[in-house]
Design a protein around this ligand. Structure first.
Ligand code: IPM
Ligand code: MN
Length: 354
């Protein structure tokens, strides 16, 4: 069987990390006798420049026809201040909606020696092993009504959720907890927001179907603090779209670098796989970005998007071996040591496969 992958490099460091991840993915599949067909498609600022839209119809069609899509990053300061239809980010949001990928899964685990690059004391960082289940196609990002009247000095966004939308992401979070340490922390702001009161009710209902899992509710502000003070006590974090966006960047800092985090966005059809980091325009084209988030996203693509756990595990172990050998990109290198480039790191991972 040939695996059909839609590659969406996007903007900034997106193309570099996507190239790195595709090289590793191709090598891991080749050693399992799986052939891979990759088609490249435009999204974000790259699509705006070439086609005048952040998400060409052709890109959506290609993703829907593929087994899975691998995205680099979107975001380009050249489009700052443009209306929403002409923002790179709008391409990604429309794509998530078009693919119906309502569940964004973002694992964060402290790796030996890496968290030292972050702000936590080593003994705190050591226990960090959590996964964020972020609702991805609803909430503040998509809620109507929304409007912007810059001259008039008024803007509106809306935070709606239906029982069905909360239920389906909660169900996945509880199933994940059953295979992990059995704790779901549901994040909300139920002391202020009506949406959060509904969120709490629905999550509590879903919990009753998963008696082996412990459910706790936390306000998002208090959760942010607890993540820094006691990161090791969290297992599965279940969040609204915006809360999950914010807390996953925080988790990235805690494990040492946002560049380490991978994600899977899942729905009924092809999944979308992308590193959690952004386009980092100031690093673009310099071959200094950390490709680990993209490489581990390719592993998630194989396991969660294509039902291929073997090459996924091979990639994850290869990344661990390269890190154990001491190779570090600039974001992780300790002062006074020489970092390796994005492409050199990826080549080392390919060499460490199998
Ligand atoms: C992410 C990003 C996106 C988001 C942006 C680029 C629209 O920050 O995937 O976390 O806010 O979801
Ligand atoms: Mn984000």
């Amino acid at each position: 069987m040939a695996l059909r992958i839609a590659a969406l490099p996007g903007d900034g460091i997106g193309p570099e990390v996507t190239r790195a991840a595709l090289g590793v993915l191709g090598a891991a599949c080749a050693s399992e006798g799986i052939s891979v067909e990759v088609g490249e498609h435009l999204v974000g600022g790259a699509a705006l420049r070439a086609k005048g839209t952040p998400l060409p119809d052709e890109t959506v069609a290609a993703c829907l026809a593929a087994h899975a899509a691998l995205l680099g990053a979107v975001g380009d300061p050249a489009f700052d201040g443009e209306p929403r239809e002409r923002k790179p980010e709008t391409g990604l949001l429309r794509l998530r909606k078009a693919l119906g990928v309502f569940a964004n899964v973002r694992p964060a685990k402290a790796a030996p020696g890496l968290a030292a690059a972050g702000p936590l004391k080593p003994e705190l960082a050591a226990g960090l092993d959590l996964v964020v289940y972020r609702e991805l196609t609803g909430g503040l990002y998509f809620g109507e009504p929304r409007s912007l009247d810059l001259e008039g000095g008024r803007a509106v966004n809306t935070l709606p959720y239906s029982r069905e939308e909360v239920e389906r992401i909660a169900e996945l979070a509880f199933r994940a907890a059953e295979g992990r340490r059995g704790l779901v922390t549901s994040v909300d702001k139920a002391n202020v927001l009506e949406t959060s009161v509904l969120w709490r009710r629905v999550v509590t209902d879903v919990a009753s179907r998963h008696p082996s899992v412990t459910l706790e509710h936390q306000y998002v502000d208090s959760c942010a603090m607890a993540l820094v003070l006691t990161p090791g006590r969290f297992d599965v974090l279940l969040t609204e779209n915006l809360f999950g966006d914010i807390l996953s960047d925080l988790a990235g800092a805690l494990v040492g670098s946002l560049g380490l985090l991978a994600s899977a966005s899942l729905g009924a059809g092809p999944g979308l796989f992308e590193p959690v980091h952004g386009s980092a325009p100031t690093l673009a084209g310099k071959d200094v970005a950390n490709p680990i988030g993209a490489i581990l996203s390719a592993a998630m693509l194989l396991r969660d998007g294509c039902g291929l756990p073997r090459p996924a595990e091979a990639i994850e172990s290869a990344v661990e071996r390269v890190l154990a050998d001491g190779l570090r990109t600039a974001d992780l290198a300790s002062p006074g040591t020489t970092p390796v480039s994005c492409s050199a790191f990826a080549q080392a991972v390919e060499a460490a496969l199998g």
